[in-house]
Structure formats: structure tokens, C-alpha cells
Write a protein that binds this ligand. Structure first.
Ligand SMILES: [Zn+2]
Length: 235
């Protein structure tokens, strides 16, 4: 996956990482932030107190902050729940909260799953070594994965999926779609056949794109007129 890099301020991270045995999943608990916001912030600020992460993920981007060769301060504590997982042997991945409130958008979760699968393959980390911050120290992180263990189970299940199996992608906005689908879906949204929610988001599964665009071409680029065309057909 494409990863952007903005090196973390040197004072916010530690010495050499011994080995990568674990991957620890976090959320930023910071409403409305993005992966880039966080990378910029940790590059700019010398925090004084140890806090950092290797990667920040949002629904559109992945930003690398602390290099994986070095220790990020993401799961340190005085008392640990986990016997072995520490900053010195783990990669910390933060999910950002681009929306309102403390919810993690599904697109961010899906991107994190895809990215963590790559990390698992790259560093040979087994599924049972991918942990919530909560599993390491008992901290309420990622909040939704603590409140709803079923979300964490779904996350683990997605991680365990076959390598060639794509995580079902859901498009929230037309500009996120591939170029070849944008014109068709722009017209469907404008004509109200695809409804926006109160946040202005749509909810279109990736598997819908091809058949709808095909149908649009069959109707000569007038899919939004399809109900009328069907009526005419009956005459
Ligand atoms: Zn955390």
C-alpha cells in the first residue's frame, strides 16, 4: 500500500527496535484528526513526555512517523496486562478519527486491516500477536474495540482472511471511486437515486460499481432515467 512519510521529532521516540514480535492497534481518541495531521504534529512538537507511533491510518492515507527500525512510545505503562508485548518489540499503528465523535470510520478500519496484513507478512507476525493496546496495558484503546469485542473479532477475522481476498470496500463519496464510475454515480446521487445521509455520505459497495456502470452504458448514459425508459417499454 502507498505510505507517506514524515519523520517524527527525534525527541519523541527511542533507540533501536530489538525485533518485531507484535503489532499493537490504537485509536487516536482525537475527534476529527487525520493521518497527515498526526504525522505533522509529531514531526513538529517535542512533546517532553514519551508519545509516538510508527503509523497513522485514516480512510484515505497511511503516514509513517517513527521509523520501524526504532522504538515508538505507544504502549508503555507502569503495569502490563500482557507478559511480553512492549514498545521495544512491537509496531504501533494508530487509527485516526476523521469523523464526528469517537467512532472509527469503517473505511479507516478496512484500510488498517489491509495495511496490518502487509505488516504481518513483512515481519512474519502471527495473528495472535496482533493486539489491541487494551490487551497490552488495559488502556481503553481503541475505545470502540473495547466497548464492542465483536468489532475486534471482526477485525481479527478480516486479518485472518485469505491473502487474495479483498476486504469489501465501501465508498462514502463519489470522488473516492475509480474514475470510470464517477460520472455515473454523480448523476445517480444528483437525481436522488442514491441517498446521502446527514453527513453528506453515501454508502456504495465496491461490487455495485461495475454492474451499475454497465447498465448506464446500456441506457446510453441515462441510467437515472431508467424508470421512465422502462415505462416507455411497456407501451
Ligand atoms: Zn493506544
Amino acid at each position: 500500500m502507498e505510505i507517506q512519510t514524515k519523520l517524527c521529532n527525534r525527541s519523541n521516540y527511542g533507540g533501536k527496535l530489538k525485533e518485531v514480535l507484535y503489532i499493537v492497534i490504537h485509536y487516536t481518541s482525537n475527534e476529527g484528526d487525520t493521518a497527515k495531521n498526526n504525522a505533522d504534529y509529531f514531526a513538529r512538537e517535542a512533546l517532553g513526555a514519551p508519545a509516538s507511533a510508527h503509523y497513522f491510518v485514516d480512510e484515505k492515507e497511511i503516514w509513517s512517523s517513527v521509523p520501524v527500525t526504532h522504538i515508538a512510545y505507544h504502549c508503555g505503562a507502569k503495569v502490563y496486562v500482557h507478559p511480553e508485548c512492549r514498545n521495544s518489540n512491537s509496531i504501533g499503528v494508530e487509527m485516526c478519527l476523521t469523523g464526528k465523535g469517537m467512532a472509527i470510520r469503517q473505511a479507516t478500519i478496512d484500510r488498517t486491516v489491509q495495511f496490518v496484513r502487509e505488516l504481518m507478512a513483512q515481519y512474519n507476525v502471527p495473528l495472535d500477536h496482533v493486539l489491541r493496546h487494551y490487551d497490552v496495558t488495559g488502556k481503553y484503546c481503541p475505545g470502540p474495540f473495547v466497548d464492542h469485542p465483536s468489532m475486534w473479532q471482526a477485525f481479527q477475522k478480516a486479518l485472518a482472511g485469505e491473502q487474495e481476498e479483498e476486504v469489501m470496500k465501501v465508498y462514502k463519496y463519489v470522488p473516492e471511486m475509480p474514475k470510470w464510475a464517477q460520472d455515473t454515480f454523480t448523476r445517480l446521487v444528483q437525481s436522488g437515486y442514491i441517498a446521502k445521509d446527514e453527513k453528506g455520505e453515501i454508502d456504495v459497495q465496491e461490487s455495485t460499481l461495475q454492474p451499475v456502470v454497465y447498465l448506464d452504458r446500456l441506457t446510453g448514459g441515462k441510467i437515472e432515467k431508467l424508470p421512465e425508459l422502462m415505462k416507455d417499454l411497456g407501451k
